[in-house]
Design a protein around this ligand. Structure first.
Ligand SMILES: Nc1ncnc2c1ncn2[C@@H]1O[C@H](COP(=O)(O)OP(=O)(O)O)[C@@H](O)[C@H]1O
Ligand SMILES: [Mg+2]
Length: 590
C-alpha cells in the first residue's frame, strides 16, 4: 500500500473522525471539557507562584500591573475564603488544587479508556455483523485469513490509534490553555515560542508519510503471516505429505523479519522525532531566555512563569507529533477494516427491516419449481445458467447428476437461497421465494455439504447445534435414520464422546452419517445432500445409501452426485451438462 496523497490521507482522517465522533458524540466533548478544567487548574497552580514568591519577598515588581492583576484575583479569592497570605495557606490551596486536578485527570483517563474500549468493541461487532449478514456468494470469495487478520490485528491497531487520537485531542486542549496563559504574561515572547514550535513541526513533517508507509508495511507482512498460518492449519496434512514444512517455515521467517524490521524502524522514527524536537526546542529556549532577559528585559517572575509554561507546553507539542505518527500508522489498518465492512454491507443479504427473528419454517407439500432461472457468478467465472426450469416433487428423491463443474452445487445453492438468481423465480408450492420469506425458507432446508465440519465437542452437542431443545429419543431416531446409531453406541462414551475439530477422530463415512443425523434433526422440509457419497469407499457409500433409502417418503430429498449408483433408487433424475439440463428421467412414472 503506497503512501496516499495528502488529500487522500485527509479523507481517511475525516472518515475516521466521522466514525469515532459519531460513536462518542457528546462524550468526546465531555473529555475536552475535563481537559479544559484540568488545564485551568494547572494554570492557576502556576500563577499561584506569584503570591508564594511575594511571601519570600522575591520578584515583587509592583509596577508590573498586568501580572499583578492576574495574581490579584488569586489574592482576592484567598481573602474571600478568609485565608491570610502565609506559606501555610498557599501550600494548602496548592494541595487542594493538586487533589482536584488529579481527580479530574483520573476521570479523564477513565473516560479515555472506556471510549477506546467501547469504540473498539463496537467496530469488531459491526464488522462481524456486516460479514455474516452478507450474501453467500460474497462471503465465499473472502479470504478467511484476511477476515481473521482484520478482526484480530487491524482492529486492535485502530484501537491503539484511537488512544493516541484522544491523547492528541487532550494535547491540543492543554496547549490551547497554556498558550492563553503565556499570552497573558507576554504576547511577544509567546508568538516567538509558537513560531519555534511550528518551525520544528515543519522540519519534522516528513516523518508523517513515513509513519503511514511503515504502518502499511507492517500490516501487509502480518497479513502474510496470517495467510500462511491459516492455510497451513487448514491444509496441514497436505503440507506435511508434500514435505512443505521447510518452505513454509522460510516464508514465515521472512515475513516475521519484515515485521520486526518495521517495528524497529517505527520505534527509531519515534525516537528520532523525539530527539530532534527536544534538541531544537532546547536550543531555541536558550535563545529565548537570552532575548527575554537581555533584549525584552522582562522581569524575573515573568521569565520564571514563561519557563514553567513552556516546559509544559513543549511536551504537549511533542506528544502531538508522536500521536500523529501513531494515528497515521494506524490508517492502513483502518482502511482495510472499513473497506471490508463497506464491501460486506454492499453485499448484504437482506436489509435490516426484513431480517426476521421468528423461527417459522416454510412448509412444502407439493413441489419446488425453478422457472427460467438465469445466473452467473459475475466477473469471477465464465460459468452461466441460462433459462433453467425444473421441478423437485415433495416427498420424493430427486437426483441431480452431471460431471464435475456442470453446475449441480450452483443449482443447489440457488434452491437453498444461498445464491440469488439474476432473473427467474424459485417457487415453493407456488410461493415465490423473495426477500420477505427467504429466512423462513432457509430454516426449512437441511443442507449437507461434501466437506463435513464437526465442532471440537461431544457428538451430542454437535447434533443439537442450533436446535438445543431436542430430546434424546429424537436424537436416537435421527441416528437410526442415518445408519449411525450402532456407530455412536459402540463408542465408549456414546453421545458424550468428544470428536476433535475437523472431526479427525472419525472416518469420512462416519462423519457423513453423523452430519446426516444433524441435518435430519433440523426436521427440514427439503434435505439437500451435496456429493454425500463421492468421497466414500464402497462399504461406507452403501451405508449412506441405505440411510438415504430409509428417508424416502419422510423427506423431500435432493441428492447431488456424479456417481451412477444414485440412479438406481432416485424417483427423478435431472442430468446436467455445462450449466444446461441434458435430460430428465422420471422413474416414479414407471
Ligand atoms: N463461488 C464461485 N465463484 C466463481 N465461480 C464459481 C463459484 N463456485 C463455482 N463456480 C464455477 O461454477 C461452475 C460450476 O460449479 P459447481 O456448481 O460447483 O459445479 P458442480 O457442483 O457440478 O461440480 C464451475 O466452473 C466453477 O468454477
Ligand atoms: Mg459440487
Amino acid at each position: 500500500m503506497p503512501y496516499k496523497s495528502k488529500k487522500e490521507s485527509f479523507k481517511i482522517f475525516l472518515l475516521y473522525i466521522k466514525s469515532f465522533a459519531g460513536f462518542c458524540r457528546y462524550k468526546l466533548l465531555f473529555l475536552v471539557m475535563l481537559t479544559a478544567l484540568s488545564s485551568i487548574g494547572q494554570g492557576i497552580g502556576i500563577f499561584m507562584l506569584i503570591p508564594f514568591l511575594q511571601i519570600f519577598g522575591l520578584g515583587t515588581n509592583r509596577n508590573d500591573m498586568s501580572l499583578n492583576s492576574v495574581t490579584n484575583y488569586l489574592l482576592k479569592t484567598l481573602n474571600f475564603i478568609g485565608l491570610p497570605l502565609t506559606i501555610g495557606s498557599v501550600l494548602f490551596c496548592y494541595f487542594i488544587l493538586t487533589v482536584l486536578i488529579k481527580y479530574i485527570n483520573y476521570r479523564q483517563n477513565l473516560l479515555n479508556t472506556t471510549l477506546q474500549n467501547q469504540f473498539t468493541s463496537s467496530l469488531r461487532c459491526d464488522l462481524f455483523k456486516s460479514i455474516i449478514f452478507a450474501e453467500w456468494n460474497f462471503i465465499a470469495q473472502l479470504k478467511s485469513s484476511n477476515i481473521a487478520h482484520v478482526i484480530t490485528s487491524d482492529i486492535p491497531r485502530v484501537s491503539t490509534g484511537t488512544f493516541f487520537f484522544m491523547k492528541a485531542l487532550i494535547g491540543i486542549t492543554v496547549a490551547f490553555f497554556y498558550i492563553l496563559w503565556a499570552l497573558m504574561i507576554s504576547a511577544k515572547l509567546t508568538f516567538f515560542a509558537l513560531l519555534v514550535f511550528c518551525a520544528t513541526f515543519y522540519l519534522l513533517k516528513s516523518h508523517l508519510p513515513e509513519s503511514f508507509q511503515k504502518g502499511a508495511t507492517a500490516r501487509n507482512a502480518l497479513s502474510g503471516i496470517y495467510s500462511i498460518l491459516l492455510d497451513h492449519i487448514n491444509g496441514l496434512k497436505i503440507a506435511k505429505s508434500y514435505c512443505l514444512e521447510k518452505e513454509e517455515y522460510q516464508n514465515f521467517v521472512k515475513l516475521n523479519e519484515e515485521i520486526s524490521a518495521t517495528s524497529l524502524s517505527s520505534s527509531m522514527l519515534n525516537s528520532r522525532t523525539n530527539m530532534i524536537f527536544t534538541i531544537t526546542t532546547s536550543f531555541f529556549l536558550c535563545v529565548y531566555l537570552y532575548l527575554a532577559m537581555n533584549v525584552f528585559q522582562i522581569g524575573a517572575e515573568r521569565v520564571l512563569l514563561l519557563i514553567l509554561i513552556f516546559s509544559r507546553l513543549a511536551p504537549c507539542f511533542l506528544e502531538l507529533l508522536t500521536s500523529s505518527q501513531h494515528i497515521l500508522g494506524m490508517f492502513p489498518s483502518f482502511l482495510a477494516m472499513k473497506s471490508l465492512q463497506h464491501d460486506s454491507d454492499r453485499h448484504r443479504e437482506l436489509s435490516n427491516h426484513t431480517q426476521d427473528t421468528n423461527s417459522n419454517k416454510m412448509s412444502l407439500s407439493e413441489s419446488i419449481k425453478l422457472e427460467n432461472i438465469n445466473f452467473s457468478y459475475g466477473n469471477e467465472s465464465e460459468f452461466e445458467l441460462n433459462g433453467i426450469t425444473l421441478e423437485i416433487p415433495a416427498g420424493k428423491i430427486t437426483a441431480l447428476i452431471g460431471h464435475s463443474g456442470s453446475g449441480k452445487s450452483t443449482i443447489a445453492d440457488l434452491i437453498s437461497g444461498m445464491l440469488k438468481p439474476d432473473s427467474g423465480a424459485i417457487k415453493v408450492d407456488d410461493t415465490v421465494i423473495s426477500k420477505e420469506n427467504l429466512y423462513k425458507w432457509k430454516r426449512a432446508i437441511g443442507y449437507m455439504p461434501q466437506e463435513i465440519f464437526l465442532f471440537h465437542d461431544t457428538i451430542r452437542n454437535n447434533l443439537i447445534k442450533g436446535n438445543p431443545d431436542v430430546k434424546d429419543e429424537e436424537i436416537f431416531e435421527a441416528l437410526r435414520l442415518s445408519s449411525a446409531y450402532d456407530l455412536v453406541m459402540s463408542m465408549n462414551k456414546g453421545l458424550d464422546t468428544v470428536v476433535k475439530d475437523r472431526g479427525l477422530r472419525l472416518s469420512g463415512g462416519e462423519r457423513q452419517r453423523i452430519s446426516l443425523s444433524r441435518t435430519i434433526l433440523r426436521k427440514p422440509s427439503l434435505l439437500i445432500l451435496d456429493e454425500a457419497t463421492s468421497a466414500l469407499d464402497v462399504g461406507n457409500e452403501k451405508k449412506i445409501l441405505e440411510a438415504i433409502k430409509q428417508l424416502r417418503g419422510k423427506y423431500t430429498l435432493l441428492i447431488i452426485s456424479h456417481k451412477p449408483s444414485i440412479l438406481n433408487f432416485a424417483d427423478k433424475v435431472i442430468n446436467l451438462k455445462n450449466g444446461k439440463i441434458l435430460n430428465v428421467i422420471d422413474n416414479s412414472l414407471d
